[in-house]
Design a protein around this ligand. Structure first.
Ligand code: 1QQ
Length: 403
């Protein structure tokens, strides 16, 4: 009797062990021949002014590459998680995508300020991240799994200072504003300030600090206008940047205004309206780029949204393209579903860093570190309608970067 009980106990224990090893076993890497690709973009808060444009570009891309049969037996599925506009939201979105949604890679997050917190989590987990809107210095250097298709401030910003001088060769006195609570803005202002100092004819007359949460800039503007600037250079995000532009004009400034990547969205138009008119903006995308993939992208985007795509949509499309084409190449070498998820993520990261891509941004490739190598950059100028209700970026300059 006693033995029998003991045997029963052992068997139950063995069954329990068996069951528990069943429940902890890895689920299949890909179910239903669907490949989940993560997108971590701000859909709420201040940064959603960029994140919504990014999400639109990524959605258009997934539909486009699926329709094209890029992945043959597989379908790409975009899993979008809202990062909100702060670091904690981005960390959460990354954790959910990595552990619950079991994505093969992540596009995002929206802000560089978020990337410095969230990217180390993906790096630790061995999940490839392709940033589509992070332009601060140091993003690709966050790890072997981190790369970007959004060209950095060091290549985009100096072009814009040159353009301002072409438009008005009489510029001498330059004032700089930057949002000191944002990693991208701090990084971009460093580059702008270096570019200004490198021009013998320019004098940097003041550097004013703001916050991305500020709505009133009167004190800094009054201090600046008393110094008679010919050019004001702004590094901030869309809402604060747009308000600053509006208040500069309202307080009587008539000189040239140059904005960085933070004001590179049509979503600043409702903030400064007619007063956005004439602002110069450094850009990494030109909707008129004749690259074949840009024509396809524009068609697909316009069919869905009835407007021209912005840089943030184009860069998000490009990030999806990088993943889709790399997965396609990998699947020609091996059966993707037979790899463990960790192996697939690792192989995908290696593959994507090797290829060259014909994208809406033109031809792209990566350095071994994951920094994007892109050939053309642009300076746009905001052109608003008389009533200030609609606007566009008009191309004023294209610059080819020496390889
Ligand atoms: C960054 C940026 C922002 C202005 C747009 C998302 O470039 O945070 O890196």
């Amino acid at each position: 009797m006693r033995w029998r009980q003991r045997w029963l106990g052992w068997s139950i224990g063995a069954i329990a062990l068996g069951l528990s090893s069943c429940t902890t076993a890895e689920p299949p890497t890909l179910s239903d021949n669907t490949i989940p690709l993560g997108a971590a973009f701000a859909q709420t808060g201040n940064a959603s002014l960029y994140g919504q444009e990014s999400a639109q570009g990524a959605q258009v891309a997934v539909a486009f590459f699926n329709a094209q049969g890029e992945l043959k037996d597989y379908t790409l599925r975009l899993v979008l998680q809202d990062t909100g506009s702060d670091e904690a939201g981005a960390v959460n979105a990354f954790q959910t995508l990595i552990n619950r949604d079991r994505v093969v890679g992540i596009i995002g997050p929206t802000l560089s300020q978020q990337a410095f917190s969230a990217d180390p989590i993906a790096e630790q987990a061995g999940v490839p991240v392709v940033a589509a809107s992070n332009t601060a210095r140091g993003i690709p250097q966050l790890g072997a799994f981190i790369s970007r298709v959004s060209a950095g401030v060091e290549v985009v910003a100096p072009t814009a200072i040159d353009a301002a001088l072409v438009i008005n060769p009489n510029i001498r006195r330059v004032a700089v504003f930057f949002a000191q609570d944002d990693a991208f803005s701090r990084s971009e202002t460093d580059i702008f300030q270096q570019a200004i100092r490198s021009k013998p004819n320019l004098e940097l007359i003041t550097v004013q600090q703001t916050q991305t949460t500020d709505t009133n800039f009167q004190a800094q503007i009054n201090a600046t206008l008393s110094l008679n600037p010919d050019l004001i250079v702004i590094s901030g995000l869309a809402a604060d940047g747009g308000n600053l532009i509006r208040q500069l004009r309202e307080l009587g400034y008539q000189g040239v205004i140059l904005g960085g990547n933070g004001v590179n969205t049509v979503n600043v138009f409702p903030v400064c309206r007619r007063l956005c008119n004439g602002v110069l903006v450094a850009q990494a995308y030109n909707p008129e780029n004749p690259a074949p993939m840009n024509l396809k992208f524009r068609d697909a985007f316009e069919a869905q949204y009835r407007q021209l795509p912005s840089q943030f949509s184009a860069q998000a499309f490009t990030a999806v393209q990088v993943f889709a084409q790399s997965l396609s190449k990998l699947s020609q070498q091996q059966e993707l579903g037979q790899l463990s998820l960790a192996e697939l993520r690792q192989a995908l990261n290696q593959q994507l860093l090797q290829d060259t891509y014909d994208t809406p941004l033109g031809e792209l490739r990566f350095t071994p570190e994951g920094e994007v190598v892109q050939r053309y950059f642009y300076v746009g100028q905001i052109e608003m309608s008389e009533d200030g209700q609609t606007g566009q970026f008009r191309l004023v300059r294209q610059v080819e970067r020496q390889p």
